[in-house]
Design a protein around this ligand. Structure first.
Ligand SMILES: Nc1ncnc2c1ncn2[C@@H]1O[C@H](COP(=O)(O)OP(=O)(O)OP(=O)(O)O)[C@@H](O)[C@H]1O
Ligand SMILES: [Mg+2]
Length: 253
């Protein structure tokens, strides 16, 4: 008998995004969302959790190393998403007290809390802010470390983080700033997350004859036949909205 190879998909609930990836992210995958400041990474993550809770009854956890709680709630309510009004299905944590902690002890309590919450959807915002906690500032400023040494630490921190996230029984969005080296061919800040994650969604600004166009591309999605085009999108007061009728496949990066 043929084995059932059908993969369970976790829908983002974002109109048109799901249809670009065969209906949703493969269940249990870690999807990297990359992009420059203001490109909508955090909003996309919140939308994923809110839609999960309201449309699919999924519990979700948002781990913020960046925005404090009141800002997250404010940003969400601007989009019409009342995170507190979804039957306790969404936990939002702002990792601040962790400032006193160092090294590997940072992630353990986070992973434990998410496991205990039973969250099926997790958003981690963001890996590069996590690196700031993980790699002590005192170490960063050591002249003997140099940029090569710092990059090695960042790559180590990224693989440690992703290894810990793999222990969760959840479908995860991992947010990362864009790679500072535009010529590196990497999407993520650290370079290795591109390989270690199961999928990549890159948000970017394209310059079209002096006009800025926001565009989404999916360079990678394991186990999925996916569109490789650049899809224009907008951030509206209802969140991320894709425009698939106007593909910018002819535009070059
Ligand atoms: N109510 C709103 N309506 C429309 N657009 C909004 C609204 N609120 C925020 N935005 C847009 O969303 C952007 C912020 O999105 P978001 O915080 O998700 O970006 P980000 O990629 O996470 O940025 P960063 O890397 O700085 O964290 C703002 O710069 C603005 O352009
Ligand atoms: Mg953000």
């Amino acid at each position: 008998m043929m084995k059932d190879t059908k993969i369970k998909r976790i829908k983002t609930g974002i109109p048109k995004l799901d249809s670009l990836v065969e209906g949703g992210f493969p269940k249990g995958s870690i999807i990297l969302i990359t992009g420059p400041p203001g490109s909508g990474k955090t909003i996309l993550g919140l939308q994923y959790l809110y839609n999960g809770a309201t449309l699919h009854g999924d519990k979700g956890s948002f781990i913020s190393f960046e925005m404090p709680l009141d800002e997250i709630y404010l940003q969400s309510s601007q989009m019409g998403w009342n995170l507190k009004d979804v039957d306790n299905r969404i936990d939002v944590s702002f990792v601040k007290s962790i400032y006193q902690m160092t090294g590997s002890s940072i992630l353990e309590p986070i992973v434990k809390t998410i496991k205990e919450s039973g969250s099926k959807r997790v958003v981690f915002d963001s890996s590069n802010s996590f690196f700031d906690f993980f790699i002590p500032k005192t170490l960063k400023s050591q002249p003997y470390l140099g940029s090569a040494g710092y990059n090695t630490l960042v790559r180590y921190a990224a693989s440690y983080l992703i290894g810990e996230l793999r222990k969760l029984d959840a479908t995860i969005i991992l947010i990362s700033n864009s790679c500072p080296d535009k010529d590196s061919g990497s999407y993520s800040y650290d370079g290795v997350s591109d390989y270690l994650c199961d999928g990549i969604i890159n948000l970017n600004y394209l310059n079209m004859g002096g006009e800025q166009l926001m565009s989404l591309e999916i360079p990678k999605m394991r186990l999925t036949a996916q569109e490789k085009e650049f899809i224009p999108y907008k951030i509206t007061n209802k969140g991320i909205v894709l425009n698939t009728t106007e593909k910018s496949s002819l535009l070059m990066k």
